[in-house]
Design a protein around this ligand. Structure first.
Ligand SMILES: Nc1ncnc2c1ncn2[C@@H]1O[C@H](COP(=O)(O)OP(=O)(O)OP(=O)(O)O)[C@@H](O)[C@H]1O
Ligand SMILES: [Mg+2]
Length: 568
């Protein structure tokens, strides 16, 4: 900062000094034909100009450094903040909006900050300095400058009062354009399948045309600014020469001083002009700053406990729900009500229930993606809210309902939770998850590329990689949220039998739609509208639980139902 101020001072000083030298050369050198004086003063003038130039470059450099450094920090802060968001906070901002906020909005601020440092510091010094210098030269002509500055401020205010609302409109249109484009890109298939291309195109065209119109208008307006200003500056020069001429002839002032006066006038006007431009860009940056502030102002609800407890080694791997209730923020009704069950290590606990009965919500409570609104969730004998988040997550291998892959390679995706895993470990995980076959069919095997979101893989392939990723993590507790749905029956069965060997002694929680996937589980929990309506083994439930019977009957043939009953 001190460096910046020194440089700003240097730049201002040299710019303000130049017209003086010019006046000296003309008045003392040219008029007295003193060549030596002209040369030496000219040389000094060159040096001063050079020093000024260096200072100017320095100001730009330092300003840019400061602004980019600031932007980097904001981006970092936003990113760290968002990383700490629970799903609850994610629900508040759309991901598109979070991306815009941490890229485009930060850039707006950076741009204005650079301008502010480069202009806002220099311009006032320059403006005031030029006026003082001019007054010093000839007080009788400063009124010309005053008139010019007032006129310019009036013009600038007029132009910007017209342009400013348009600027805000432009920002809103850009937002809309992003939205429509995003929807179009992500929904291409649906749009084509339903033949709605023309409709989408119309939506896009409308916004696009509006944006173009507004942009053209704003730019025309701003384009008019420059010639107007040139006209003003030249008029001021003419006025000064006009009034100066009579004073020169009366001997009150010398020619060089008049020329210097013209330069000071132009400098002062330019300074005011630059300042007013800042007022145009500042509102845009303020809008952006507000948007970022919104993100930074959110206090994350799911944090590490102040006094974390250590897991109870004697209860390693147990997951227990004690009278757990849960409601999404803003929702009136609870999604889960009074759930109590225990999942022991070495056993498979399964959850079935109709769509929307709360299965995913239930398993999301275990890694603390959300916090319960009633009761408590215990992992390793400790309330999850009293465990360090990092420690809690290290115990859990989670396979989400929608497989999430990252751009990279097959290897980087399987080793996502265990970057140090050996190739054999990864191969074993791939083999258990039945991914090995399709991986060896790929040209580059484990180094085959995975596109963003895994879009170059089939649904079943993505699921298998997501499962392999959890297996490679080798956790105490496995959570499979409907992770076998995209697999065919044969693969599903094979995967489960190999998985059973791998997960021996571990706690396994499986959410499934298909009875076939979970009927061998040690404990099956039947959910209906967020409540447990049955708990037990397949055979017990077939006899006692009406909801389970219904699901089973809809999926299994009478034969199957009977044989299963007989073998038990
Ligand atoms: N982020 C959310 N905000 C508000 N409500 C939600 C949210 N996610 C889910 N819900 C609601 O919670 C209920 C349970 O959803 P959940 O995803 O747990 O069902 P599920 O049993 O996993 O269903 P499926 O079998 O289709 O996966 C649904 O009624 C749903 O509308
Ligand atoms: Mg679900």
């Amino acid at each position: 900062m001190a460096v910046l101020l020194a440089l700003v001072y240097g730049q201002t000083w040299s710019t303000l000094a130049l017209p003086d030298y010019l006046a000296d050369i003309i008045d003392k050198g040219v008029q007295t034909q003193n060549t030596h004086y002209i040369y030496t003063t000219g040389l000094t003038m060159l040096m001063v100009a050079l020093a000024g130039g260096i200072c100017m470059i320095g100001v730009s450099y330092v300003a840019t450094r400061i602004a980019t450094g600031f932007a980097t920090r904001i981006r970092e802060a936003v990113f760290t903040k968002v990383e700490g968001f629970s799903l609850h906070e994610f629900n508040r901002f759309s991901s598109a909006s979070l991306i815009t906020r941490s890229t485009n909005d930060v850039q707006q601020i950076q741009q204005v900050l650079t301008m502010l440092l480069r202009i806002a510091f220099v311009a006032p010094f320059m403006g005031v300095g030029a006026i003082i210098k001019a007054r010093h030269l000839d007080p009788s002509m400063t009124w010309i400058m005053a008139v010019a500055i007032v006129a310019i401020l009036a013009i600038v205010t007029l132009i910007f009062s017209i342009a400013l609302p348009k600027f805000k409109h432009v920002q809103k249109l850009v937002d809309k354009l992003n939205l429509v484009t995003r929807e179009f890109l992500t929904g291409t298939r649906v749009i084509r399948a339903f033949g709605r291309e023309a409709h989408e195109e119309r939506k896009f065209d409308e916004i696009n045309a509006d944006l173009t119109r507004t942009n053209i208008f704003v730019n025309r307006l701003l384009a008019a600014l420059q010639p107007t200003m040139m006209f003003m500056m030249n008029s001021v020069a003419i006025a000064i020469v006009w009034f100066g001429a009579s004073q020169v002839s009366s001997g009150a002032i010398q020619i060089g001083s008049v020329l210097a006066f013209v330069q000071y006038a132009i400098q002062a006007i330019a300074a005011f002009l630059m300042l007013s431009i800042i007022f145009v860009f500042a509102p845009r940056a303020i809008v952006s700053a507000d948007r970022i502030g919104e993100v930074l102002g959110v206090s994350a609800t799911i944090l590490d406990p102040k006094a974390p407890k250590v897991p109870d080694v004697t209860r390693r791997g147990t997951v227990a729900f004690e009278d757990v209730s849960f409601a999404y923020a803003g929702a009136e009704a609870a999604v889960l009500e009074h759930l109590t069950f225990t999942a022991e290590p070495g056993a498979t606990t399964a959850f079935v229930g109709s769509t929307g009965s709360g299965k995913s919500t239930l398993v999301n409570l275990i890694p603390r993606f959300y916090d319960v609104t009633g009761g408590r969730v215990m992992v390793d004998g400790v309330d999850v809210r009293e465990l360090k988040l990092h420690q809690l997550h290290s115990l859990i291998g989670y396979v989400p309902q929608r497989s999430t892959l990252f751009s990279g390679t097959i290897r980087s995706n399987i080793a996502y939770g265990t970057p140090k895993a050996s190739d054999q470990d990864l191969a074993r995980a791939a083999s258990i998850s039945q991914a090995k076959e399709f991986i060896s069919g790929l040209d580059d095997g484990y180094d085959a590329p995975v596109a963003q979101g895994g879009t170059n893989l089939s649904g079943g392939q993505k699921q298998r990689l997501a499962i392999a990723r959890a297996i490679a993590y080798d956790p105490e507790i496995y959570i499979f949220d409907d992770s076998f749905s995209a697999l065919d029956f044969a693969t599903d069965a094979k995967l489960r039998s190999e998985l059973a060997r791998k997960t021996k002694g571990k706690t396994v929680l499986i959410v499934a739609q298909r009875i076939g996937t979970i009927m061998h589980a040690d404990n099956i929990i039947v959910l209906d509208a967020g409540r447990i309506v049955g708990q037990g083994t397949h055979d017990q439930l077939l006899k006692t639980c009406a909801v389970y019977q219904e699901i089973a009957e809809s999926q299994l043939s009478q034969d199957e139902l009977r044989t299963v009953g007989a073998t038990a």
